[in-house]
Design a protein around this ligand. Sequence first.
Ligand code: ADP
Ligand code: MG
Length: 286
Amino acid sequence: MLYAAVASFPPPLLLLPPPASDSAMAHVVAIANQRGGVGTTPTAINLAAALATMGRRVLLVDLDPQGNASSCLGFSRDQGLPGIYDALLDFRPLSDALTEVRPTGLWLAPATRDLVGAEIELVDEDGRERRLRRALADVRGRFDDILIDCPPSLGLLTLNALAAADTLLVPLQAEYYAIEGLGDLLRTLSAVRRGMNPDLVLGGIVVTMFDPRNNLCRDVDQQVREHFGQDVLATVIPRNVRLGEAPSHGRTAIEHDPRSAGARAYSALAREWASRHRAPALSGAM
Ligand code: ADP
Ligand code: MG
């Protein structure tokens, strides 16, 4: 009797990592590019997994209604469990939706099917761009890094991520059209800084799907580095078949084949990222 009642409770918050003793707050990173198929989701899940492997407490928020990050991490959308939608639209505590995945130390706020309608449903809501920021406030003290996998658009869900984030990480596919699209994203960043989140900074551009034998890839990489200088991360993500196949096993490449070129690149990216960005202190963080 008692057991049945207890079993129906939402997962207790105590199962989450305990609050950090030094009252540090998670560093919140929006990973976004309004173009699809450029390596946003592989960057989000493998960077998250690599940071967790380094011993950091990491939360990955799947803000893309396609739910690719959630399925890559083995989350089944048909279990009827709460997800990020419930926190955004119904003000349900985000801690109810968090689920621990692999590797150890990595948590997921999953995208459930109802997230497909969120972009339209949010339009008439008060504080519609700040729902995610508000939801994350509950759990920010329990993680070192919160990574947000954004949908491939500059709609309300991505705006929620930019309003909630400390930094923006842009995956840039090493191809010609990528540079054109980057302008729109950087103009959106400026607009968000002028309006809803003046503290948001460009935390880095990471070149993805790089093929060293391809002249165009090398040209794009070189031009982006000339133009954006230190904003471009030194680590380059190669085109690697393991990154494409790992999701079908419900795993990140970090777990699927840690020695693959893709997994090694994301591990190197995690080290570079961690040395560039430290978690901000509690004072004035939210
Ligand atoms: P999005 O940028 O919209 O999140 P994805 O990058 O997930 O899109 O999707 C593009 C496709 O390219 C996927 O099938 C993915 O597995 C594959 N892919 C992404 N990055 C790489 C890479 N570095 N090497 C090989 N395949 C990749
Ligand atoms: Mg994606």
